[in-house]
Design a protein around this ligand. Structure first.
Ligand code: P6P
Length: 330
């Protein structure tokens, strides 16, 4: 069968839906091209001389990996010249990055975690890039506040998993579609249209070492899963925790499951572990478009009105019936 490359898919979606503007198509093309470059850098491993920490003087006072910085720079360079963006925001930068004066500005805002799970990079475990696209509010002078829109305002979201294969998963509000990188051609090929998460599961994903910090509803839910077929759930469960949100969420979209980084006494003062704007929101948009659910345990993630760019939230997302059960315990 003739392969459908990303560009043809986007053109066909544009014709069918009329919602993809040429600027949004350009945005998605340059972001996914940047992901190809990140995939190559990540794939070199120790041979690329880019493993390990970025060294003293880390930009944000966080232990950044060299590849965090490289991936961030690749995404900045790819998006500055196209005239499609008003500004960019990244986990790796305290404040939004304005489009340089010599380039025209556009109507979109791009947010990303350039290399999610980068603590895994030195041990050769899958990592990825997560991105989210918002419209710039009409008539505002580009400022940080422009980004503070609830996840329901996203026009597109996606992630790229740098694993055994490099896989792009994308939604533009019309279902979730998967593309696999053909390394010989250097192009993303459509490999699954309209992905759907199974509503039930026997697999949960959580960092069990935090058990003593969990709130009661989460502890109850996990205890019941661990109790297996002799317990209240009447079936045995499996557990997976890659500690790369992109890899864990991709598994869940592919075969079902529930991903949990819940509020716990360790991260309560920060509001949670994972960041709303470029981790929880894009993944929640994708999960809901695939028929799943995404909540903090107490509210739908996409409904949260952000008050800070790097705000953190609790995350429970995946198979709808399972997520609804966890929410009911809250
Ligand atoms: P922990 C990676 O650093 C990350 O932000 C997510 O990708 C991942 O799900 C989580 O943190 C892992 O956290 O506490 O298990 O190391």
């Amino acid at each position: 069968m003739k392969p459908i490359f990303l560009t043809q898919f986007l053109i066909e979606e544009q014709r069918a839906m009329g919602k993809i503007t040429p600027d949004l198509r350009l945005l998605l093309e340059v972001v996914t091209r940047a992901c190809k470059r990140i995939s190559i850098a990540v794939g070199k491993g120790a041979l690329g001389g880019v493993l390990g920490d970025a060294g003293t003087g880390n930009i944000q006072g966080e232990a950044q990996k060299k590849l965090d910085v490289i991936s961030n720079d690749i995404l900045l360079e790819a998006n500055e010249w196209g005239g499609h963006l008003a500004a960019l925001a990244s986990e790796e930068m305290d404040h939004p990055h304005p489009i340089p004066e010599q380039y025209p500005k556009g109507g979109y805002l791009l947010l990303f975690d350039p290399l999610d799970g980068s603590s895994n990079i030195d041990v050769n475990v899958s990592v990825g890039t997560i991105f989210s696209v918002l419209r710039k509010p009409e008539g505002s002078a580009s400022s940080e506040d422009d980004f503070l829109q609830p996840g329901t305002q996203q026009v597109a979201a996606g992630y790229c998993v740098y694993g055994p294969s490099t896989t792009l998963v994308l939604t533009i509000g019309n279902g979730v579609h998967q593309f696999t990188l053909d390394r010989e051609l250097g192009s993303f090929v459509l490999t699954q249209r309209d992905m759907k998460i199974p509503p039930d599961t026997k697999e949960f994903s959580i960092n069990m070492s935090n058990e003593r910090f969990w709130e009661a509803p989460v502890k109850r839910y996990i205890d019941e899963c661990v109790a297996g077929k002799d317990g209240p759930r009447g079936k045995d469960f499996n557990m997976r925790w890659v500690a790369s949100m992109v890899a864990d969420v991709h598994r869940i979209i592919t075969r079902g499951g529930v991903f949990m980084y819940p509020l716990d006494s360790k991260t309560k003062s920060q509001g949670g572990k994972l960041r709303l704007m470029y981790e929880a929101n894009p993944m929640s948009f994708i999960i809901e478009q695939a028929g799943g659910a995404a909540t903090t345990g107490r509210e739908r993630i996409l409904d949260i009105k952000p008050n800070k760019l790097h705000q953190r939230v609790p995350v429970i997302m995946g198979s709808k019936n399972e997520v609804d059960l966890v929410s009911s315990y809250h």
